[in-house]
Design a protein around this ligand. Structure first.
Ligand SMILES: NC(=O)c1ccc[n+]([C@@H]2O[C@H](COP(=O)([O-])OP(=O)(O)OC[C@H]3O[C@@H](n4cnc5c(N)ncnc54)[C@H](OP(=O)(O)O)[C@@H]3O)[C@@H](O)[C@H]2O)c1
Length: 250
């Protein structure tokens, strides 16, 4: 199997790439930090797979598109995991354009470019798996996380539309929406409710990919309340969200 994972230099992407390598896959591992990718390539080889580093900046959509197209042209991809992402707050009263831009360009535009580049080959071959690592943060408009929430809501919608279009094509589209997973993305020292261990998250995601599931959401303790919040009348949701965020100092 030939796979490409973006954001593979740490956290969820690294875990997924290594797990695929252990299965004997040829994994193209993409991110900005080359030295981390090189060491991962070594770990994948030691685990019985084949690794290959691809240095790319996912916030540059055009460059990402070209790089993934070039990979697919020489190594037909069976699985593409658009995982690269950054977090961070963008509070409305202190909005910083550069922060908003970087989050949207990395999490949404970068993922869209990765997927767009891999799609034509998969459709032509009548087989493939597209996976997008979104977040439960895309279920509702999270206070103080406008850009992150919007980037993940955009990715969830992009993947859902594609899934509808690709029905019957042989290409599956899996949307992954984790709650908190123990990675460098989280603020150190802060308590994160219902934190999921990295290995558990990786195993859950790979199970969903194997079964070509449409949605993979976890853990239930966070997914259920946020899904319920989606159903609230908007004024009621905004009232509750405003009250809870007014207690937060930033
Ligand atoms: N951890 C959580 O609680 C959680 C929850 C829900 C969703 N997610 C999502 O899961 C995905 C992976 O995050 P993580 O938790 O594993 O965090 P992480 O450990 O910080 O990993 C993020 C990865 O994305 C890469 N990346 C960031 N900006 C990039 C850019 N411009 N170009 C290329 N690669 C870039 C990083 O590599 P380089 O810095 O080397 O480029 C790194 O490999 C993200 O999309 C995140 O939004 C995480």
């Amino acid at each position: 199997m030939n796979a490409l994972v973006t954001g593979a230099s740490s956290g969820i992407g690294r875990g997924l790439a290594l797990a695929l390598g252990k299965r004997g896959a040829h994994v193209v591992v993409a991110a900005r930090r080359k030295e981390r990718l090189d060491s991962l390539v070594g770990e994948i080889a030691a685990a019985g797979g084949r690794g290959e580093a691809l240095v790319l900046d996912a916030s540059d959509g055009d460059a990402t598109y070209e790089a993934v197209r070039a990979v697919d042209a020489r190594l037909p991809l069976d699985l593409v995991i658009a995982n690269a992402g950054i977090g961070g707050i963008t509070p409305g009263k202190k909005l910083v354009w550069e922060r908003v831009r970087d989050i949207l360009q990395t999490n949404l535009v970068g993922a869209a470019a990765t997927i767009s580049a891999a799609m034509p080959g998969m459709v032509a071959r009548g087989d493939g798996r597209i996976v997008g690592i979104a977040s439960v943060a895309g279920f509702v408009a999270l206070p103080r996380f406008a850009a992150y929430s919007a980037s993940k809501a955009g990715l969830i919608t992009l993947l859902e539309s594609l899934r509808i279009d690709l029905h019957g094509s042989g290409v599956s589209v899996t949307t992954v929406c984790p709650g908190y997973v123990d990675t460098d993305l989280l603020t150190p020292g802060k308590k994160h409710p219902f934190l999921v261990a990295l290995d558990d998250a990786v195993a859950t995601i790979l199970r969903a990919v194997d079964k070509r599931e449409a949605m993979c959401t976890f853990p239930a303790q966070i997914v259920v309340p946020l899904k319920a919040a989606q159903l609230l009348p908007r004024p009621l949701y905004e009232f509750v969200a405003t009250r809870s965020s007014s207690k937060v100092k930033y």
